[in-house]
Design a protein. Structure first.
Length: 115
């Protein structure tokens, strides 16, 4: 059973930084992507960033390029999202995601950026 547990959300002023973590357990796949989506109030969930677990290739949404960095710790089965230069429009619930043939989701962590 795949379990994803996020942490690291919170309240920060515009221009500040946060680092999200997602610890995974129960992963038995050999090839998959692990990453982050977000959902703001009244909006659909949208892709933020992902990393290929074995190859290490990274992909970002255009609106976070140059500000967010995704990384991983294979030994700890953990993926990180370093978020710098945060903007009020980055306010959302951030969800950890594992994508194989199916999508697995964490419970989400709230990120609030004040102006």
């Amino acid at each position: 059973q795949v379990q994803l547990v996020e942490s690291g959300g919170g309240l920060v002023q515009a221009g500040g930084s946060l680092r999200l973590s997602c610890a995974a357990s129960g992963l038995t796949f050999t090839s998959y992507f692990m990453g982050w989506f977000r959902q703001a109030p009244g909006k659909e969930r949208e892709f933020v960033a992902r990393i290929h677990w074995s190859g290490g290739s990274t992909y970002y949404a255009d609106f976070v390029k140059g500000r967010f960095t995704i990384s991983k710790d294979n030994a700890k089965n953990t993926v990180f999202l370093q978020m710098n230069s945060l903007k009020p429009e980055d306010t959302a619930v951030y969800y950890c995601n594992v994508r194989t043939a199916l999508d697995y989701w964490g419970q989400g962590t709230q990120v609030t950026v004040s102006s």
